[in-house]
Design a protein around this ligand. Structure first.
Ligand SMILES: *Cc1c(COP(=O)(O)O)cnc(C)c1O
Length: 427
């Protein structure tokens, strides 16, 4: 159905059963697929025909769920991967080789920062990290001759900065490269980055899309809007023949809408094998069926909790883009009028000691290294993920000792507020 609303796509997208077929998506738990002749099989290997032959490359259950996420984002093609880390690695490595360069927002997930600044650097790909609040001039100055992509997060984990997608897309396009957006925290229910000019979207489906803490996974969606052939010299992998696929030129054979994902599947998935299992894809689809209902509640709960914290005199500061006092409020309203995410960060007066004591007293909210789950949880980065850092290093990293990251679940918000209140009363 054309112009179908996103709630309906969450429930029914990607799969239309025929007469007498299962209403729920089938789990195709098979590594391999049978063919009658070697010629049939050969055509698949040559990418002359489409079909399944080995689940390291493609699996029908995974493709069904990828098609749903593709529809949610309004893209042209999509693929599932084993994790969000794999998705971000593939998204860049599909178009950047040894000797290439990427412009990236400083405000990104720590795991992605390590992947880019340490591991991909070893592979010869360099990154320039730039403050997302930079001016257009500063942003344009970050580009080099060998720049192949720009990367940022819609709402950054854990800093909760909101990226001006139009500003970043404009600079990327002026330099003939695509903008890749990690849309994990907002989800397509709250933000569709392609509508603001992004070209490729990635997800850690482990977070809100799954939403129940069940399965690790990732996804890449291509908008089909980036004209690779217009920048042929920058993207030889897409625009010149691939010797490992009998001289196929992806951008010619699969067009602007199919080239990027076909190459990532045929080359990178073939060689790295970072596949999602069909069982995990099935769980992911269950999560997607209620994504629109859950996001609304996550955002309501976070809003109520943030407003409560802001007027509490035991709290030093609150960071949530839904607060009118927040630096990103106007930008968040423009890009995410329905809400941003369920994560709120705040400082407890009394610093690190007070934050630790406060968290120990919580009963409904659990201490976990997770976010974006139906169950509320929190983390004190200074004593967990960032515990190797000194006080000075913590401040430089934007993670002061008093910072508590709270991921609001979908419980009743008054119970979350009551829990916070009783824990604060112990201080
Ligand atoms: C968690 C996360 C990732 C990494 O995803 P995994 O599924 O844990 O590999 C990437 N980006 C963002 C924004 C995340 O929150």
């Amino acid at each position: 159905m054309k112009n179908q609303r996103i709630e309906t796509t969450c429930v029914q997208g990607g799969y239309t059963p025929g007469n007498g077929e299962p209403r729920q998506i089938p789990i195709v738990q098979s590594t391999t697929f049978k063919y009658s002749t070697s010629e049939d099989m050969g055509k698949l290997f040559d990418l002359e025909a489409s079909g399944y032959f080995y689940s390291r490359l493609q699996n029908p259950t995974c493709d069904t769920v990828a098609a749903k996420i593709c529809a949610l984002e309004g893209g042209s093609a999509a693929m599932l991967l084993s994790s969000g880390q794999a998705a971000n690695f593939f998204a860049i490595f599909n178009i950047a080789n040894c000797g290439d360069h990427v412009v990236c927002s400083t405000s990104i997930y720590g795991g992605t920062f390590n992947l880019f600044a340490v591991t991909m650097k070893k592979m010869g790909i360099s990154f320039t990290f730039i403050d997302p609040d930079c001016t257009e001039e500063e942003l344009n100055a970050a580009f080099q001759e060998n720049t192949k992509a720009v990367f940022g997060e819609t709402v950054a984990n854990p800093a909760l900065t909101v990226l001006d997608i139009e500003k970043f897309a404009k600079a990327a396009h002026a330099h003939g490269v695509p903008l890749i957006i990690d849309n994990t925290f907002a989800t397509p229910v709250n933000c569709r980055p392609f509508e603001f000019g992004a070209d490729i979207v990635t997800h850690s489906t482990t977070k809100y899309m799954d939403g129940h803490g069940v399965a690790v996974g990732g996804c890449i969606v291509d908008s089909g809007n980036f004209d690779w052939m217009a920048h042929k010299e920058k993207f030889p992998g897409l625009c010149t023949p691939d010797a490992s696929y009998h001289g196929i030129t992806y951008a010619e054979k699969f067009g602007q809408g199919g080239a990027y994902i076909t190459k990532a599947t045929a080359q990178l998935m073939r060689d790295f094998g970072s596949t999602q299992s069909p069982q995990s894809a099935f769980y992911l689809n269950l999560g997607l069926e209620s994504l629109h209902v859950r996001m609304e509640r996550h955002c309501l709960n976070a809003q109520k909790v943030a407003e409560y914290l802001e007027q509490n005199d035991k709290i030093a500061w609150v960071n949530y883009p839904g607060l009118t006092s927040n630096k990103y409020y106007a930008l968040a309203q423009k890009q995410m009028p329905k809400g941003t995410c369920g994560v709120v960060s705040f400082g407890v007066k009394g610093g690190r000691k007070a934050a630790e004591k406060f968290m120990k007293e919580l009963k409904v909210i659990a201490i976990e290294t997770h976010v974006a789950d139906a169950r509320s949880c929190c983390l004190h980065p200074a004593s967990a993920t960032h515990r190797q850092m000194s006080e000075e290093e913590l401040i430089a990293a934007g993670v002061p000792g008093d910072l508590v990251r709270l991921s609001c679940g979908i419980e009743n918000y008054q119970d979350l507020i009551d829990d916070i209140e009783q824990a604060l009363s112990s201080l």
